[in-house]
Design a protein around this ligand. Structure first.
Ligand SMILES: Nc1nc2c(c(=O)[nH]1)N[C@H]1C(S)=C(S)[C@@H](COP(=O)(O)O)O[C@H]1N2
Ligand SMILES: [Mo]
Length: 499
């Protein structure tokens, strides 16, 4: 028996099945596409340390690597199914049924799954089985090595495989539209009732390679669990405010944008940002105060958290007291003067100055449930992260890196102590004294601070360290701790060569 031929038959059947499932998902729900659903289920279930390792080593490519791994895994399984099916058809069908069942369960058990989310995987499995059945017939009447076979593989199986790969590729490309971000959707941005003052000129005008004072949207980090980006239309979007409140209600997009808007400059950070890492960005947000929305519902005095959820089932729990303490926590609809982009949560997201994103920045927001920490546990808390996530004071050295020429240069970077403000930044070269750095413009307590220190760099290897204190004088924690469970601590240290 020609094993390669029957393995190809199995893969061909699976490719056509996957293509069919993907196409049905376009009609039903892009997030229910077999590949996306299985990927999302894995994202939701991987042990937190493994997930952290993936983010740390693969960065934002982790999603592509995950999808690639699943495709490879399914290809191997279906190849085996093809080989086994030639001896005993039932075994081949059984493998396909098992893979299909994983897809169905993955799609149907998501917290935000729709009523027909099982359909794409069922159709995909049925198509794969049907194709396999046809191929088994072909293989039976021409067992592999006849004169009209190429490299021992039945021509019809080869053609089926090619068709499957093309169809799956096309389906993936079409639904890829859902994984790829779209540009900002044209919606009108209201004028703020309280605008932010003009942003001062940042140090980037004079210090090359320092992070710009405002992060361009295209450079703003992205962190989320979404393999298929939620597509939300402002025509159908609503925000429900309910839970432990006297007056639960729901508002539409038109009602939200008619409310008074605040415009604020805020730095957003991810708890997974390692010391010196890239998952921090600063921009101008426009939105409605969360406190305005909550007060209208009249929260019960016994409530202590707001569980926000997104259309794709992500949840974050934010202390109610934080949302009501007067800080500029908002339901944001714009970043840097533009409607939110799809990756950053279009049409509306939560932003809570002073808290890491996982406890205060729900994207694709559709619900605020007033509740208690005892009653509702949020997505990342269920996975081992701290219940509370105040941002820790942190410092990043942006420049120099690796190798520079000897002579006059500048050590520069950014520090943030979100909602406490940066008071001081200090830099140490090798084991020398800590020198106080010059601070860039002050954009407020909720915004990062650029800094620089002129340095006459002598030739040789050098170690640069930097640390900040918040505005109250509290120094950044020196002890090195990894990101789990509540954010990294330690000074950023950069090893460079001068010469
Ligand atoms: N719906 C949803 N919102 C989410 C997340 C998510 O996975 N899903 N991740 C949170 C985390 S961990 C962070 S750090 C911020 C990142 O926001 P950004 O991608 O706009 O930078 O979004 C938060 N909001
Ligand atoms: Mo995060």
């Amino acid at each position: 028996m020609n094993r390669t031929g029957s393995a190809v038959a199995g893969i061909a059947a699976a490719a056509l099945g996957a293509a069919a499932g993907q196409l049905v998902a376009l009609l039903v729900n892009p997030a229910a596409a077999p590949l996306v659903a299985v990927g999302t289920a894995i994202v939701d279930r991987v042990p937190t340390p493994l997930k952290e390792w993936a983010v740390a080593t693969l960065g934002t490519a982790d999603k592509a690597v995950l999808i690639g791994t699943i495709v490879l895994g399914v290809a191997v399984l279906s190849g085996i199914a093809g080989v086994l099916a030639v001896r005993r058809a039932g075994v081949g069908y059984g493998v396909f049924a098992a893979v299909g069942l994983v897809g169905v369960l993955a799609a149907a058990t998501r917290p935000a799954s729709g009523p027909l989310d099982w359909l794409p995987s069922i159709v995909g499995t049925a198509v794969a089985m049907g194709v396999l059945r046809l191929e088994l017939r072909w293989l039976a009447d021409r067992p592999g090595q006849g004169p009209d076979t190429r490299r021992g593989i039945d021509r019809r199986v080869l053609l089926t495989g090619a068709a499957g790969v093309v169809a799956a590729g096309a389906a993936a490309a079409v639904s890829g539209g859902t994984a790829e971000p779209t540009a900002s959707t044209p919606v009108a941005i209201p004028t703020p009732a309280t605008p932010a003052p003009a942003l001062p000129a940042g140090l980037e005008a004079t210090v090359p390679d320092v992070s710009p004072l405002r992060t361009p949207i295209e450079d703003f980090y992205r962190i989320d669990t979404a393999l298929a980006l939620p597509r939300v239309s402002t025509d159908t979007w609503t925000l429900q405010v309910d839970g432990m409140v006297a007056e639960p209600y729901k508002i539409t997009w038109a009602e939200l944008v008619a409310m008074p808007m605040i415009e604020r400059d805020i730095t957003l950070t991810c708890v997974s940002n390692p010391i010196g890492g890239p998952y921090c960005g600063s921009t101008r947000f426009l939105g409605v105060r969360v406190a305005d929305l909550l007060r209208r519902a009249q929260p019960n005095a016994a409530a202590d958290q707001v569980l926000s959820s997104s259309v794709d089932g992500f949840t974050a729990s934010t202390p109610l007291a934080v949302l009501l303490d007067g800080r500029d926590a908002m339901i944001a609809i714009a970043m840097d003067g533009q409607p939110l982009t799809q990756v950053h949560g279009f049409p509306a997201r939560l932003v809570t100055p002073g808290l890491y994103g996982y406890v205060g920045a729900t994207k694709w927001l559709n619900r605020l449930k007033v509740s208690t920490f005892a009653a509702d546990e949020a997505y990342w808390t269920q996975r081992g992260w701290s219940e509370l996530g105040p941002v820790k004071t942190a410092t990043r050295i942006d420049t120099p890196q690796e190798r520079i020429a000897p002579g006059k240069t500048v050590i520069a970077g950014v520090s943030w102590a979100t909602h406490r403000g940066v008071g001081k930044v200090e830099v140490q070269v090798d084991n020398g004294p800590w020198a106080v750095a010059q601070l860039g413009p002050d954009v407020g307590l909720d915004y990062w601070r650029q800094w620089y220190l002129p340095w006459d760099a002598p030739a040789g290897p050098h170690r640069l360290s930097a640390r900040a204190s918040d505005a109250s004088g509290l120094p950044q924690i020196a002890e090195v701790q990894d990101v789990l469970p509540d954010g990294a601590t330690g000074y950023h240290v950069v090893e460079i060569t001068v010469g």
